[in-house]
Design a protein around this ligand. Structure first.
Ligand SMILES: [Cu+2]
Length: 579
């Protein structure tokens, strides 16, 4: 069983247990003896079954099971200890076990709320609040059912509830590590250079664009989606003037995957102020690294990128040889981009397909009709890529794959999620059943550049209740907190930093650290065995644990976030800060 299915199974069992106890309690109160006994039996079985899911999750990693072991297990044991013996003794008066059954239901429900609303890391305050809730709910039920508990029992219940509530709340409001405010430093300036300069101007504005034969309202650079393709040769200085015509919420340019100096990174409130209508900002950086990249606004990025504020950045090592095709995939107003394109190519011509996923979710790419090699991922050339055939690749949100092949005499066709987007002739191939390439075992390995790590950070991705704003929200969280309350990761220059990224949630989180490429060390404790894999965007699927590392060689304050931009907007964003 995968960790993701264990998490799901455990959730289902918990709901069953809670429903069984609560339903049993209600049935007992209504003197429905057979029903009460049946529901209590379901609850008991589900509770017993949970013992195995919780143990299995703990073996997969403490992050997956912490609150289940620390909060849910004791509450479940208390539930069984209180309700079980009374059930056995309730031969005549089933109503007398109503309160113990309800207590068991509240206990399991409270633990369920801890998992669903808080998750990891577990804290004493959360445990105490759960206990307070259970005792208070039980006391109320007791009164309502008029079961007349003794005075002592009532007083003890009230005292326990109040004490747990006070202690839990007190612990919860105790200030923890306050995050440093990355928003108040001076924005660094670009260095001026006298090298060959590629100058571009991009004007952001609302526009109507044509997608698949339909007019669609968009936000666009130079009135086109995607924006103009920016190209440079290694060693060029790239200078881009960004103007905002009428995007009221502001725009910036973030060079996705390009490890530019911090001041050029385009994150509003961190490296610059958003460019408002009528304003402009000039970006300048040297193109040191060849490869396939893209640019997009980072101001209200969830909306801005979805509406069309993105484009391609390709840096070539020298003059292009053969055929170089860029395929930036996007979904604009529920319609897929780009439109299908057909071009004839002479046999033997070397072809490089630069695949870019500019959406917030994973896409599946399948190249039919030829052997190909994956030459590069996220702009970094792979070592020793071997030819593959009839194999699909999954590209995470923000990620890029460069596929290379020599054009065969027969047509080739590239499919994205089953839709043909590029081909060199007619024909059709079913690509649905193809296996998927695992980049962690593709290509020739090389020794790891580091044997020790100066800093270790763990990011546990989950969902949770965020109460710090004006309105509570069900946030996407990192280590139990949501932006802007996630403590930053502080490093010193030249530290070798290791991240362990754990996905406890039920959805994919494409992780994206700005300003650095990370080397993949392991996934689910299995070391990467293929070519060194330097990524800037990688899918951490439900239940997965990724270990990645990098050298802190680009000082500044860097966004570190989920590139499902809706998730980032809903809290899943923190910062890497150089001390
Ligand atoms: Cu996410």
């Amino acid at each position: 069983m995968t960790t993701a299915s264990l998490l799901a199974a455990d959730l289902v069992l918990t709901v069953l247990a809670a429903a069984g106890w609560l339903g049993g309690g209600a049935a007992a109160a209504a003197r429905r003896r057979p029903l009460a006994l049946a529901l209590a039996a379901v609850a008991l079985l589900a509770t017993l079954a949970r013992a195995s899911t919780v143990v299995a999750l703990a073996r997969a990693g403490w992050w997956f099971a912490a609150e289940k072991v620390v909060v849910a297990a004791p509450l479940s044991l208390a539930a069984v200890a209180v309700a079980g013996p009374r059930l056995l003794r309730a031969a005549d008066d089933i109503r007398s076990v109503a309160v113990p059954l309800l207590f068991a239901g509240y206990a399991v429900s409270a633990a369920l709320l801890v998992t669903v609303l808080h998750g990891y890391p577990v804290s004493a305050s959360v445990g105490l609040l759960a206990v307070a809730g259970v005792v208070a709910a039980t006391a109320v039920s007791w009164r309502l059912l008029d079961a007349r508990p003794s005075r002592t029992v009532s007083r003890v219940a009230v005292a326990v509830a109040v004490a747990a509530l006070l202690a839990g709340t007190g612990l919860a409001v105790t200030p923890g590590t306050a995050p440093a405010a990355p928003h108040e430093h001076g924005y660094p300036q670009a260095r001026i250079s006298d090298q060959p300069t590629r100058r571009f101007t991009l004007t952001a504005g609302t526009a109507t664009v044509r997608v698949g034969g339909h007019d669609v309202a968009a936000w666009a650079f130079d009135a086109q989606v995607p924006g103009p393709e920016l190209t440079a040769t290694v060693g060029d200085v790239v200078e881009v003037t960004l103007r905002n015509r009428d995007i009221g919420r502001g725009v910036t340019l973030h060079w996705h995957g390009y490890d530019v100096p911090n001041g050029q990174d385009g994150v509003p409130g961190v490296t610059q102020a958003a460019v408002l209508p009528g304003q402009e900002f000039v970006y300048r950086f040297r193109a040191d690294q060849a490869g396939t990249y893209w640019y997009h606004t980072h101001s209200v990025s969830d909306v801005g990128v979805r509406m069309g504020l993105y484009g391609v950045l390709v840096v070539r090592p020298g003059p292009a040889t053969g055929l170089d095709v860029v395929v930036p995939v996007h979904t604009l107003a529920d319609r897929p981009l780009p439109d299908a394109r057909v071009e004839s190519v002479e046999a033997g011509v070397p072809v490089r397909l630069r695949l870019i996923n500019t959406d917030s979710t994973t896409h599946r790419y399948a190249l039919a009709g030829t052997d190909f090699r994956v030459a590069a991922i996220d702009g970094h050339e792979l070592s020793g890529p071997t030819p593959v055939r009839d194999t699909a690749v999954l590209i995470p949100a923000g990620g890029r794959y460069d596929l290379v092949f020599d054009a065969p005499a027969t047509p080739v066709a590239l499919h994205v999620d089953g839709r043909r987007v590029y081909s060199t002739g007619a024909g059709s191939t079913a690509t649905d059943g193809w296996p998927v390439l695992d980049p962690l075992s593709y290509g020739r390995p090389a020794p790891a550049p580091w044997s020790r790590f100066d800093r270790d950070f763990t990011l546990v991705l989950d969902r949770g209740l965020d109460l710090r704003g004006l309105l509570p929200r069900y946030a996407h969280t990192v280590n139990g907190a949501a932006d802007p309350d996630i403590p930053p990761q502080v490093v010193r220059r030249d530290d070798v930093v290791r991240f362990t990224i754990v996905n406890r949630s039920q959805v994919v989180h494409p992780w994206h650290l700005h300003g650095h490429h990370v080397l993949v060390l392991a996934r689910d404790r299995r070391p990467a065995t293929g070519s060194p894999l330097w990524l800037d965007s990688f899918d951490v699927r439900p239940g997965e644990v990724w270990e990645v590392a990098f050298r802190a060689d680009n000082p500044g304050v860097w966004a570190n976030h989920c590139h499902n931009l809706g998730h980032a907007d809903a809290g899943m964003m923190l910062h890497l800060v150089y001390s």
